[in-house]
Design a protein around this ligand. Structure first.
Ligand code: FA5
Length: 354
């Protein structure tokens, strides 16, 4: 290939290269790169001196044509590039992408799990649609026992199991108690945390038809009420804050003996039941009315339940508790939620606060 042909080819290659870069680079930069004083076109033109007089003329014409084409393309691109730039205010804040977050109930479940993990509880998962046996019968509530009426149960329209009875939506997480005892097959200790959905035919500002409970079960030798109370106190301080107090009141559940209801002190009135108005007069705390909030039940595992799970009640003891996740969460400091149905209302404004 002659020197002339080589230079002509280089000129065409340069133009091709420009065409490839035109939509990717800024117009000003392209102008400097190709047409500037030390630009690629001038560099190529400088080589003209190696050509003969005749070739110089032809190559000069060739180069000029390419340069004109390039300039006209660049001018179009500059216009379009400028047009797009005038609408771009680079100092404007970018468009914020909406980032979601876990539902407050999921956040509460995560926090509760972590609190109990720290003291050796292991999170287990048991069915939320279960047989009557695990939900009631194994928990010392035989068929037709009146205590079952309290649970406002949803029954599943399914053929009953020959020995485990009807299929139900779990009314409480206590169905995990005997299931956990069966799982460990006599191996102790048990320190179970079962957090799951529960269902009852109830709906008002403190009840929803679907809600969550977290159930603790501890079984070992020499377990007593102090262990239960210590665990309740520990949870109160970790979840609600270091100044929270807890108390247990006698109650009755068929599956624990003795049984208790568990209350935590109100974070608004600090358990006193009253607050001061703007004139410093004592008025009743509107949030709790009594200084305390009930969150659930607890007790020492009933001997019949230990027996159903394959444990000798003369040798082993245990405690259990089952509390509402939503109920507990509403009592957290600074969250004065007075209607738990809001959690499931799908109301974005409410949910975005968490
Ligand atoms: C029970 O469900 C017992 N299984 C608790 C238990 C476990 C006792 C282990 C002893 C040993 P209770 O029905 O009180 O107990 O419910 C416990 C808590 O669940 C309630 O205090 C409340 O916080 C929550 N809860 C019950 N029903 C609903 C509902 N419909 N909506 C929201 N939370 C509820």
């Amino acid at each position: 290939m002659s020197a002339y042909q080589k230079l002509v080819t280089q000129g065409q290659d340069l133009f091709e290269q420009f065409l490839q870069e035109i939509n990717q680079q800024n117009a000003q930069e392209l102008a400097v790169k190709y047409l500037g004083k030390k630009g690629l076109f001038n560099q190529l033109a400088a080589q003209i001196k190696i050509l003969t007089k005749e070739e110089k003329k032809d190559f000069g014409r060739e180069l000029n044509q390419l340069k004109n084409k390039l300039e006209s393309k660049l001018a179009d691109y500059q216009k379009q590039d400028f047009a797009s730039q005038v609408h771009q205010d680079l100092t404007m804040p970018g468009i914020q992408t909406k980032v979601g977050h876990l539902h407050p109930v999921s956040q509460a479940i995560e926090e509760i799990s972590r609190i109990f993990e720290k003291i050796g509880f292991v999170r287990m998962s048991y069915p939320e649609v279960d047989w009557d046996y695990y939900v009631f019968a194994a928990l010392n509530m035989p068929t037709n026992h009146p205590a079952r009426d309290e649970w406002e149960t949803f029954f599943v329209d399914q053929k009953a199991h020959p020995s485990l009875g009807k299929m139900v939506l779990t009314t409480h997480t206590s169905n995990g108690q005997v299931r956990e005892m069966e799982r460990v097959k006599g191996q102790l200790p048990i320190r179970m945390m079962n957090i799951s959905r529960c269902y009852r035919r109830q709906s008002d500002n403190t009840h929803t038809q679907m809600f969550h409970q977290f159930e603790g079960l501890v079984i070992d030798k020499d377990i007593n009420i102090q262990h239960l109370k210590g665990t309740i106190d520990y949870f109160a301080k970790e979840f609600f804050g270091p100044k929270t107090k807890s108390r247990i009141r006698p109650f009755h559940f068929k599956f624990t003996e003795p049984s208790f209801e568990v209350d935590f002190s109100c974070h608004i009135c600090r358990g006193t039941g009253y607050i001061k108005d703007e004139h410093h007069h004592k008025i009743n705390c509107r949030f709790c009315k009594s200084g305390w909030h009930e969150v659930g039940g607890a007790g020492m595992v009933h001997p019949n339940v230990l027996k159903a799970g394959g444990f000798d009640s003369n040798k082993y003891r245990g405690f259990a508790f089952g509390w509402g996740v939503e109920r507990s969460y509403t009592l957290k400091q600074d969250l004065n939620i007075d209607d738990i149905r809001l959690f499931y209302s799908g109301n974005q404004e409410f949910l975005e606060q968490f």
